[in-house]
Design a protein around this ligand. Structure first.
Ligand SMILES: Cc1cc2nc3c(=O)[nH]c(=O)nc-3n(C[C@H](O)[C@H](O)[C@H](O)COP(=O)(O)OP(=O)(O)OC[C@H]3O[C@@H](n4cnc5c(N)ncnc54)[C@H](O)[C@@H]3O)c2cc1C
Length: 403
């Protein structure tokens, strides 16, 4: 039985509200502190919550609105720059009631999870950027940028890839790894594409990677990964305006077949296009101390290629709540949490990392990639690894044993 009564959760993205709801279910009070005062904007545009993420939300009864706001995208087909089909794969399994992986705008996912937490009586405070936290004799003391403070028994860092909590736990922790790619995405209506509704089509272009999902309405949500070998300096990407990015994107895809250029040209509100870097946290040395722990991207950020970042973050919140419910001290709960989670998340990050290397190879690399991709896709499609990724299920009533 736990000694923890009150948790301070830092970050109101995906992992934070999911963890807070799971903690409440485990009988632990949680308050969420989010840096931004207003709801998240549309940076990072959209993402897939895979069936393992939906299943984890279902464990805490928070899946329904997410599924209602998304659209199913169970399949991906992959092509080369000439339009040749290289192979296909799934984005998840099918849950017993027929639910499949869902694509949803990132900002909508944030809002739904926050609203659901608030509806359950969980306090979410905006405009609270954590700047410092210390262990006290019997808990933790957090300080926010606006000068306010909070105390609790434990502090959970769900504060994303640039986590402050990660640095507080281990000031020597390495910064996120930059993968050499930048990402952009947008939404387009009225461009006919030769792809079934509710599926993804992706292309290894000559110079960059392009993917899009088709909604039942035939609206298209697209994204691109462009090579950018040197990690951008702060402000460098924002120095290019939306129309500048649109021109750049067109130049990257103008020699490829497929609808990329048309989709980019007709994208809605091109002035809003913004680029973000693709980074990962592949193997963080220290996840916790005796009173603080990191979860989600703060602990283990995969690149978007995995399609698993949000799902793993939700799983983390649920598993951590079980560990805190069942083990007598925070430190033993955190140790059990790390033991249960690290092998899974790090193997997923590793596989996604190797796919990233294929997104922007030279001409010889591209030829080799295109020759081997069909074989690899076939081997991967129903592999034990892929199935273990999607079939992951958290048994809420099963007790957690000490690590
Ligand atoms: C372009 C792109 C595409 C992606 N595609 C997918 C996909 O298809 N499928 C998928 O599963 N994942 C995808 N991801 C990854 C996914 O978005 C992340 O893994 C997921 O959002 C991680 O959730 P999180 O709660 O850990 O972190 P975040 O969602 O980043 O949330 C962290 C929150 O903490 C807040 N915060 C930060 N610092 C502080 C502080 N000091 N004090 C208080 N609050 C703070 C932030 O404002 C934010 O709200 C993608 C990511 C990108 C960039």
């Amino acid at each position: 039985m736990t000694s923890v009564r009150k948790a301070l959760v830092i970050g109101g993205g995906v992992a934070g509200p999911a963890a807070a709801m799971a903690l409440q279910k485990a009988g632990i009070e949680a308050a969420v502190y989010e840096a931004y005062a207003d709801p998240a904007d549309d940076v990072g545009v959209f993402l897939t919550v895979a069936t393992n993420g939906i299943d984890a939300l279902r464990t805490i009864g928070a899946d329904r609105d997410v599924v209602a706001a998304g659209f199913p995208t169970p399949k991906i087909s992959l092509h080369n720059s000439g339009g040749k089909y290289l192979g296909g794969t799934n984005t998840g399994a099918t849950l017993p009631d027929g639910t499949e992986s869902q694509t949803i705008r990132r900002a909508v996912l944030y809002r739904i999870l926050q609203d659901e937490a608030v509806r359950r009586g969980i306090r979410i405070e905006g405009g609270k950027r954590l700047v410092a936290a210390q262990r006290t004799s019997d808990g933790v003391h957090a300080v926010f940028e606006d000068g306010t403070e909070a105390t609790g028994d434990i502090l959970i860092g769900a504060d994303g890839i640039d986590s402050t909590v990660r640095k507080i736990i281990d000031p020597a922790s390495r910064p996120p790894h930059y993968t050499g790619l930048i990402n952009l995405g947008g939404y387009t209506d009225g461009v006919p594409v030769d792809t079934e509704s509710c599926s993804y089509s992706m292309m290894f272009g000559k110079r960059a990677f392009f993917g899009y999902a088709v909604l039942p309405s035939r609206e298209v949500w697209w994204y691109a990964s462009l090579p950018h070998p040197k990690e951008p300096q702060k402000g460098e990407l924002d120095a290019v305006d939306g129309l500048g990015w649109q021109r750049k994107l067109i130049s990257f895809f103008e020699h490829d077949s497929g609808p990329a250029v048309e989709l980019i040209k007709k994208t809605r509100n091109p002035e809003n296009l913004r680029a973000t870097t693709t980074r990962s946290v592949p193997n963080l040395a220290t996840w916790y101390n005796d009173r603080m722990v990191v979860i989600g991207d703060a602990a283990h950020a995969p690149t978007p290629t995995s399609g698993q970042g949000a799902s793993l973050s939700i799983e983390d919140g649920v598993v951590l709540a079980k560990c805190l419910r069942d083990l007598p001290s925070p430190e033993r709960a955190f140790a059990a949490f790390e033991k249960l989670r690290r092998p899974r998340v790090e193997s997923i990050i590793k596989v996604a990392g190797s796919i990233n290397n294929n997104k922007a190879p030279g001409p010889l690399g591209a030829a080799i990639r295109d020759a081997f991709t069909p074989i690899v896709m076939k081997l991967m499609a129903n592999s034990k690894f892929m199935m273990s990724q999607y079939d992951y299920h958290i048994e809420w009533d099963e007790a957690v044993k000490a690590a």
